[in-house]
Design a protein around this ligand. Structure first.
Ligand code: PXG
Length: 459
């Protein structure tokens, strides 16, 4: 920011923003008319906008600020690394200490059979890497037909061409003629929205068996990998029924197909375990990571590679023709390593598992009594509320997304950042949130649900 820009008032900044800045996932014209909210600073779990309004950030930015805002030690690490070696690449048989240390730390915290990592700049780039790495693996194995990825409707795997194609968001596919060939989608395990008269357990089995049906339809010899988030995040915090993952595991054990577990949101403690794969007892071949890897302090992502793929690529693969200028960027790597050490030294993941996670889930479930709330779900420090106009019938408002938007706006205006995905309200607060701050989150959420119910004429 130039000194001149710093001196501008909020309205002037908003005008410049409108004139020059195209925002992600945004109706440019509409935002230009409304003016963007200008965020100025942050500390712990709180944000302040430029007009001095304080907000509890129950989304940890965009599911990423796991160690909370205001960590001076991360700023110091970046400052020091920038002076010593601000940039060098890892292409031409070179390396540097920060990327070595980060690779070692990642191998330490990820499941035992995962000892290697390929770096990139984001979760989307991680999934582009996944696409090329899986196909390369099968080429090297002499099975070049095993190209097809099976993913799920309403999955989120990023916004690049491969990421958005692997994702199952129809409204994203519509922009850019996606998905690209070789990617198919099966139904998601979303019982509240799609389970009909079945019990959650029956529905979970049915959703998992769609994988086997798809493998048989395509032929095992044509399928390279199944990709899934342990808990779908952007799709609305869809916690699968308990029957789902065991059945998926049973199916994957039967066929020679790689498992890609997208840990971009669940990774680094969100569920109370280091990875969603630990929470569900999964054995991934590849794990895309980003977000909590650096707690969002600098952009960095990666693909953690299990032994079966790593061994083949190392021993038999020759050169892998893939990489980014910023693969293993020294400053991002140093900050990510320091971030992982904070998670370790402060015992934040165990604290989510043993203390704050159970407390949040207990208090979050109190909201189930609210007339507007049809279902409450969550694990560790991630949660969702389904807004409904009829609790018993699980019906939704006709004007889809309106209730969610109304509720989200009330939250924003009352000092709480809670996201809406359609009519599903979602939270994913920093892992450092205290019990008192959880109480504040719940009180504010209750108050805003009341305001929403009144505004919609439900109470
Ligand atoms: N995988 C998953 C599971 C994600 O949640 C990505 C990959 C892509 O990461 P990058 O770093 O390229 O954004 C994500 C990102 C939302 C929202 O509205 C969620 C994400 C990104 C943007 C918005 O909830 N998740």
């Amino acid at each position: 920011m130039t000194t001149e820009t710093k001196a501008l008032d909020t309205a002037q900044l908003q005008a410049l923003d409108r004139d020059h800045h195209l925002h992600p996932f945004t109706d440019f014209k509409q935002l230009g008319e409304e003016g963007a909210r200008v965020i100025e600073r942050a500390e712990g779990v709180y944000l302040w906008d430029r007009d001095g309004n304080k907000m509890l950030d129950a989304m940890a930015g965009l599911w990423c600020v796991n160690v909370g805002y205001g960590r001076k030690e991360l700023a110091d690490v970046a400052f020091q690394q920038m002076q010593q070696l601000p940039y060098y690449n890892a292409f031409f048989k070179t390396t540097h200490e920060p990327v070595v240390e980060l690779s070692r730390l990642i191998a330490e915290v990820t499941p035992e059979h995962m000892q290697h990592v390929f770096f990139c700049g984001s979760g989307s780039e991680a999934n582009d890497t996944v696409l090329r790495m899986v196909r390369r693996y099968w080429d090297v194995k002499g099975k070049p037909n095993k190209k097809t990825f099976i993913s799920r409707v309403n999955a989120y795997h990023g916004s690049t061409v491969a990421g958005a194609s692997l994702g199952g968001m129809k409204y994203m596919h519509e922009h850019g003629d996606l998905p690209i060939p070789g990617i198919v989608h099966i139904p998601q395990p979303y019982w509240y929205g799609e389970g009909g008269d079945q019990t959650p357990e029956e529905f979970g089995l049915q959703a998992a068996r769609a994988l086997e049906a798809k493998i048989l339809e395509l032929g095992e010899d044509n399928v390279g990998a199944f990709i899934a988030e342990p808990i779908q995040g952007a799709g609305g915090v869809i916690v699968p029924p308990d029957s789902y993952w065991p059945e998926i595991k049973r199916i994957l054990d039967k066929y020679e197909i790689l498992l890609v577990v997208d840990e971009v949101i669940c990774g680094f403690g969100r569920t109370g375990e280091w990875f969603g794969s630990d929470y569900y007892g999964l054995k991934p071949d590849l794990m895309p990571i980003a977000k909590g890897l650096s707690s969002g302090y600098l952009p960095i992502g990666g693909v953690v590679v299990g032994d079966r793929v790593a061994k083949t690529l190392i021993d038999e693969g020759g050169e892998f023709n893939h990489g980014y200028t910023y693969s293993g960027h020294p400053v991002a790597a140093a900050v990510a390593a320091a971030n992982i050490r904070i998670l370790q030294n402060e015992g934040l993941v165990d604290r989510v598992r043993d203390e704050t996670g159970p407390y949040l889930q207990q208090r979050w479930r109190e909201l189930a009594d609210h007339p507007l709330v049809g279902e409450v779900r969550g694990v560790g420090l991630v949660g969702a509320l389904e807004l409904t106009n009829d609790k018993a019938a699980r019906t939704r408002f006709d004007d889809k997304g309106k209730a969610g938007t109304v509720c989200r706006d009330f939250c924003f205006n009352n000092g709480l950042i809670m996201r809406a995905t359609g009519d599903t309200m979602i939270i994913s607060p920093p892992l450092v949130i205290s019990k008192e701050e959880i109480d504040e989150l719940i009180e504010k959420a209750k108050y805003c649900l009341d305001l929403t119910a009144k505004a919609l004429g439900v109470i």
